[in-house]
Design a protein around this ligand. Structure first.
Ligand code: TXA
Ligand code: MG
Length: 306
């Protein structure tokens, strides 16, 4: 494990089939050459990720995406507005798609995203490699939003961390299935349902427990090592209160002014900071279930299950 800003070293490692943790505007990803079976297998084993849970492939542009998947009008409409950005498309794999089948985990679709971080865009362009990259945390744990978070997850692993500073959005991309008649949000994220409906009004949220087509959504996820309790109005004995809005008792606050974007950006870093043996649990104050609050509550619900 090594933190660095050396983009040439990162390219050399990726070309050799080795792993590099990359910064994106959402969270850090654990990246490998998506066309190299060995590299993709290495991502699964380093993360301890179950092999039925497919990976997102990162590309530098829509043009590159079109080489890998069967593009359609919905993809074009969303890409024009939201790419590069925090929106992942599920589309059919193109015939002769060069991406490792392992990345699709046996599905005939591929998750694809054009991320917005300048350093990673440079890496994608200069390496000419599509990069498979799940969030750079051990499976089931809290996603990393700082290079140091990644370092603490992979202390004993052979990875390089490309330091691109703190992730601006702090929460994963929205995953939208574009293989059906109407776009279906499989994972809520920083781009909200309302924003998507402004472009394609027929876009819907997948029903919980219903049409789960994102295998990763079934897992225990985002779990700190101590319990987490939602909708807490105050901390009980021994708990650390994670505030939202005005909260005198809070140890940390997601957003004192009650701003949901700011709360999303702080969520994972604050969860990590409060994940200490000196606390019995993390008690999180209520987050309004609107806009990006839907994604925040989705992550908190999963963390609370862990
Ligand atoms: O913001 C993000 O999306 C970050 C950065 C690094 O890009 N990546 C990320 O990857 O969150 P990961 O692996 O932690 O989450 C990917 C999600 C999982 O829920 C997975 O099941 C789903 O996308 N997914 C991947 N390929 C899929 C496919 N072909 N069909 C349906 N769901 C898919
Ligand atoms: Mg993840």
């Amino acid at each position: 494990m090594k933190i660095s800003t050396d983009i040439e070293a990162a390219i050399a490692r990726l070309k050799a089939g080795q792993l590099v943790a990359i910064p994106t505007e959402t969270v850090y990803g654990l990246a490998g050459d998506a066309t190299n079976d060995r590299a993709v297998a290495n991502i699964f084993s380093t993360k301890h990720r179950p092999d039925f849970n497919p990976l997102i492939v990162h590309v530098p542009s829509s043009e590159q995406a079109k080489q890998l998947v069967v593009w359609n009008d919905d993809a074009e409409a969303f890409a024009r507005v939201f790419w590069p950005g925090a929106l992942t498309f599920i589309l059919p794999r193109a015939t002769n798609c060069p991406i490792s089948l392992l990345a699709s985990a046996g599905l005939d679709t591929l998750a694809i995203r054009n991320p917005a971080h300048p350093l990673t865009l440079q890496l994608l362009v200069r390496s000419s490699l599509p990069l498979a990259a799940p969030s750079a945390n051990k499976s089931g744990r809290v996603s990393p939003t700082k290079a140091q978070h990644v370092a603490s997850e992979f202390v004993y692993d052979d990875i390089m961390i490309l330091d691109g500073g703190d992730c601006k959005m702090g929460l994963e991309s929205t995953v939208v299935d574009l293989t059906t008649d109407t776009p279906l949000v499989l994972r809520p994220g920083v781009i909200t349902l309302e924003q998507l409906q402004e472009i394609l009004p027929q876009t819907k949220m997948a029903k919980a427990g219903g049409d789960i087509k994102s295998p990763g959504m079934l897992e225990k996820h985002y779990a700190p090592t101590i319990p987490l309790r939602m909708n807490a109005l105050q901390a009980e004995e021994g708990e650390a209160l994670l505030g939202f809005g005005r909260a005198e008792q809070a140890v940390l606050n997601l957003s004192e002014k009650g701003d949901l974007q700011e709360a999303a950006a702080n969520l994972f870093a604050h969860m990590r900071a409060l994940d200490k043996p000196e606390y019995k649990a993390i008690a999180v104050m209520p987050i309004p279930n609107e806009g990006v609050g839907v994604a925040i509550n989705d992550r908190l619900k999963r963390a609370a299950q862990g």
